[in-house]
Design a protein around this ligand. Structure first.
Ligand code: GLN
Length: 258
């Protein structure tokens, strides 16, 4: 049987790595290798060209402060058609906070408006004060689990009729108390959740890995389940802290199985 393999591309770890967004890649790599699936990781830094995306299975674009975000955005304007084509072709991508904002039409700051990549028909405006703190979401495509993370952003993002990534149960998300965070478009997830996000949310990681494997191999079967009890307990701790739930539904179901 041929060994399955995914190719992961990390965009600008040198500039957009707030709260160690790179940990998302480590998490993906571990969860692939624990299942005997191979993984190749490449990264490009500021000033370097985007490689051929036709052979890429997943892209991470993290978040960062406005200055770094704007440098990346200016640089990526040279490659926006390639990135758009990758996303339209169902390429998997996770873009976080500043990386999510720059995919839109513009980012309006107090005294300038910065043109975005115009890959998504969304926009961001800086608001009064920053939205900072733990955040909990419910994503309808992730059965029986909550998505937990940490947000810290001055920008408020308006997504029109796109599908949001999740309903906010605690925190802010796209804008002040708007009820939703992020966006899902094809296999792209844009979100305000740092953390890094994936180690805290194993079901979300496996959802992303499954989509990327399906795109490359078609029906590859199913991911072998892993023992996620520690990750799920950490996730549950945050949920209990803010939502006052005794035990998340997913942990209950998991315990019933063992
Ligand atoms: N610079 C953006 C903002 O403050 C993004 C911040 C981030 O990526 N954490 O809105």
């Amino acid at each position: 049987m041929c060994l399955l393999k995914l190719k992961i591309l990390h965009l600008f770890p040198d500039l957009l790595d707030q709260y160690f967004d790179s940990g998302n890649i480590l998490c993906m790599e571990k969860r692939l290798r624990w299942r005997g699936i191979d993984c190749e990781i490449a990264s490009i830094c500021h000033g370097e060209s985007l490689p051929d995306l036709s052979d890429v299975d997943f892209i991470l674009l993290g978040g960062g402060a406005d200055n770094e975000q704007l440098s990346v955005c200016r640089h990526l304007l040279n490659f926006k058609n390639e990135l758009k084509a990758y996303i339209e072709d169902n390429g998997s991508m996770l873009s976080i906070c500043g990386g999510y904002q720059l995919l839109g039409n513009y980012y309006k700051l107090k005294d300038e408006t910065v043109k975005g990549l115009e890959i998504l028909d969304i926009y961001t405006e800086s608001g009064d004060g920053r939205l900072i703190g733990d955040i909990i979401l419910e994503a309808d495509f992730l059965e029986d689990s909550y998505v937990v993370g940490f947000e810290n952003h001055g920008g408020r993002t308006f997504i029109g009729d796109y599908k949001p990534f999740g309903k906010v149960l605690y925190g802010n998300g796209n804008s002040d108390n708007c009820g939703y965070d992020g966006i899902v478009y094809k296999n792209l997830i844009g979100t305000y959740l740092h953390g890094p996000l994936l180690p805290k949310n194993p079901k979300l990681t496996d959802y992303i890995l499954t989509n990327a494997l399906k795109r490359r191999y078609g029906d590859f079967g199913e991911l072998v389940p892993l023992d996620d009890i520690i990750e799920l307990q950490a996730n549950e701790y945050i949920v209990n802290r803010y939502l006052d739930k005794k035990e998340t539904r997913f942990i209950k179901r998991w315990k019933r199985k063992i």
